[in-house]
Design a protein around this ligand. Structure first.
Ligand code: GLN
Length: 469
């Protein structure tokens, strides 16, 4: 890994100002890292070096000047295409840019390129991209996780210091875990979703990949805040997240979820218990709490996410967006556009979601899942009254092999059991590297916190990062 990867973002800025680093240092390091491994990793769907240089040259002289950001290709920008990893959007160009990207550019950062993802962010391995899979830079036989696998791989391979992804059920935290990175999912409504292509609107949030908690805090501080163009973005003021990191965890209490522990087996369980013991040894107060609905998290999530997706993706009808195949009738046009343009996982979810919302089944599936979600929210809120943070492993296992779960959708979905509760409850969550497995693959600890407690969560995350070092 090149030296710049070891430089915290805040110091990159200081060194530029001091004259010891050139503003284009990261840009050149990115290109060198891309030369070294992009042909094997395939992190980017769109990577136009001339365009990246142009964006760098035109970038604002703000606090993030010179910082390249890899952006998941379901976040739109006027400059370049947006595919969502789908054939149906081939050739689509957005007439506007996402608020999060506009804010990063105003702060001086520039977009390096658009990263690979599972089609429409539906997946946990990035194998469902219409353009081919991304590989894990730490072990190319393995997946980088998903759906934001390209963003995770880009940061893990040193192609960018930070990246944006979207997290509907774990798509930032799970790939961060598989690639040994920090992954941050903010509170629902903390970051504007304007320009994030909708998957499941009650769960979607833009999130951040970084090599260290402090860098994630810097980026969150830039992208968070109310946006008049997203009525679901919160009016809650944005604190100085980077400064909060210094405050540590004195007097804070952590809870481990009993039901999560029961789902862990073998090495995963042993290593999680060791991590907890290490944190206790370093002075953390840790008790056990319960979230009885946790084992049902994936079932609840799947019904609700698919239902919302079936409605959100109805707009890709081959008329306003997507291909317009030569068809005689409107129905033929829809069938041809969606039939050819959408991949098997997206079709599966649209069909399941449509079924869960259809007459006669609405109450049995969608209604019940909504009530179960409300119960889970109450249980998590109650747990977060007893303790300040909840701790789980980010994933039940380490990065799996390409092809291992692709023919078994249920096995793929179950990898999200620890990440979907934060989306269902709307709370912030942070994935932090927690050592390596016997096979040498990254392990990861997840910290969840109360709504809008990112400041405390990042402070706790910085402390945990230091302890687990
Ligand atoms: N892996 C989950 C899914 O397949 C979450 C996806 C996401 O967060 N976008 O739905």
């Amino acid at each position: 890994m090149h030296e710049l990867a070891a430089v915290p973002l805040a110091q990159f800025r200081e060194r530029i100002v001091a004259g010891s680093l050139a503003p284009e240092a990261w840009l050149e390091a990115s290109f060198a890292a891309i030369d070294a491994s992009e042909s094997e990793v395939y992190a980017f769907i769109e990577l136009d070096r001339a365009a990246a240089r142009r964006r760098f040259a035109a970038s604002a002289r703000g606090p993030l000047h010179g910082v390249p950001v890899a952006v998941k290709d379901n976040i739109v920008h006027r400059d370049g295409a947006t595919t969502c990893g789908s054939r149906i959007l081939e050739g689509f160009r957005s007439p506007y840019e996402a608020t999060a990207l506009r804010r990063l550019e105003t702060a001086g950062a520039f977009i390096l390129g658009k990263t690979n993802l599972d089609e429409f962010a539906m997946g946990s391995s990035t194998e469902h991209s219409a353009f081919g899979p991304t590989r894990n830079p730490l072990d190319p036989e393995r997946v980088p996780g998903g759906s934001s696998g390209g963003s995770a791989a880009a940061v893990a391979a040193g192609m960018a210091p930070v990246a944006l992804g979207s997290d509907t059920g774990g798509s930032v935290r799970q790939p961060a875990a598989f690639c040994g990175l920090v992954g941050l999912k903010p509170t629902w409504g903390r970051v504007s979703r304007r320009g994030l292509v909708a998957f499941a609107s009650s769960l979607d949030q833009i999130g951040v990949f970084a090599r260290r908690v402090a860098d994630a805090a810097v980026i969150l501080g830039v992208i968070a805040g109310h946006d008049p163009n997203d009525s679901t973005s919160s009016l809650e003021p944005v604190p100085d997240y980077a400064a909060a990191l210094a405050s540590g965890v004195g007097g804070k209490r952590f809870g481990i979820i009993a039901e999560a522990l029961e789902l862990l087996e073998g090495e995963a369980r042993r290593r999680f218990e060791e991590t907890i013991a290490t944190l206790r040894g370093a002075g953390a107060e840790i008790e056990t709490v319960t979230v009885a609905t946790l084992p049902h998290a994936v079932a609840i999530y799947s019904i609700l996410a698919n239902a919302e997706a079936s409605a959100n993706l109805a707009r890709f009808d081959g008329i306003r967006y997507g291909r317009c195949a030569g068809a005689e009738t409107l129905e033929q046009l829809w069938l041809a556009s969606r039939g050819e343009g959408l991949g098997p996982e997206v079709k599966r979810r649209i069909m399941l979601g449509t079924f869960a919302l259809s007459a006669g089944y609405l109450e049995a599936y969608y209604g019940r899942a909504q009530r179960a979600r409300a119960t889970m929210r109450r249980e998590i809120a109650a747990a977060l009254e007893r303790v300040d943070f909840l701790l789980t492993p980010t994933t039940p296992s380490t990065a799996f092999r390409l092809g291992e779960k692709i023919d078994d959708p249920l096995a793929m979905y179950l990898t999200d059991v620890f990440t979907v509760p934060a989306n269902l409850a709307g709370i912030p969550a942070l994935a932090i590297p927690a050592g390596r497995s016997e096979e040498g693959l990254p392990l990861s600890l997840q910290i969840m916190a109360r709504p809008f407690a990112e400041e405390e969560m990042l402070a706790a995350g910085g402390w945990v990062e230091g302890v687990l070092g």
